[in-house]
Write a protein that binds this ligand. Structure first.
Ligand SMILES: [Zn+2]
Length: 204
């Protein structure tokens, strides 16, 4: 439940993170050039189209992830086969699609990336990463079927006990935070790493 490193976020002329700015230059309704500034009835500056009046709201997207837990109490992580975070470890997950619920996304993404069927259980945490314009939700999930599968997105899927999480090789800061919260809940006796010492800035 933390907002991460807001001081590091660079917001450009459009009021959005620098990397996002090239995608919000033109009006999606009429093609006109968007401008950033005061808009009637809005309490903050917005990107808007002077030609047709369309207001372009730019909001963070939801990334839905799971921590699939084995019968032995280990968490299944994937070694990522694609950037960002190539060759690093993370939990399975991805962007919520427009036509699915959060639970459906959790089940689908986990199956696609690991070959495992899961039943999402409690939410371990919800993590904002402002620079990446995402909010990551992490479910603890029960494995109910399937077999670990290698995919284009995952070079390897393997279980890690709470005391054996490969902290320096975790791809994302939000993954470190989710895994810390999970380990703290199942093994409160273990010493947890300081997130700032294992930070990997690959964008989420
Ligand atoms: Zn327009």
């Amino acid at each position: 439940m933390e907002n991460l490193r807001i001081s590091e976020v660079r917001f450009g002329a459009g009021g959005v993170p620098d990397w996002l700015e090239p995608t919000v230059r033109f009006c999606s309704r009429c093609g006109g050039q968007l401008t950033f500034g005061p808009v009637d009835d809005e309490e903050r500056d917005r990107l808007a189209c002077p030609s047709c009046g369309f207001v372009c709201y730019v909001n963070p997207r939801l990334v839905v992830t799971t921590l699939p837990i084995t019968d032995r109490g280990e968490v299944m992580l994937i070694r990522r086969g694609i950037a960002p975070g190539l060759n690093q470890w993370a939990q399975p997950g991805g962007f919520l699609e427009i036509d699915e619920t959060v639970r459906e996304a959790a089940i689908r993404e986990t199956l696609e990336e690991t070959g495992l069927h899961v039943e999402p259980m409690a939410i371990v945490g919800l993590y904002s990463r402002v620079q990446a314009a995402v909010v990551v939700v992490a479910f603890e999930a029960r494995i109910v079927g399937g077999v670990p599968t290698i995919t284009r997105e995952s070079l390897e899927t393997r279980p890690f006990a709470p005391h054996a999480i490969p902290w320096p090789e975790i791809a994302f800061e939000t993954s470190v935070l989710a895994l810390r919260d999970w380990v703290a809940s199942v093994r409160p006796d273990l010493t947890l790493p300081d997130p700032s010492t294992v930070h990997r800035d690959f964008g989420a």
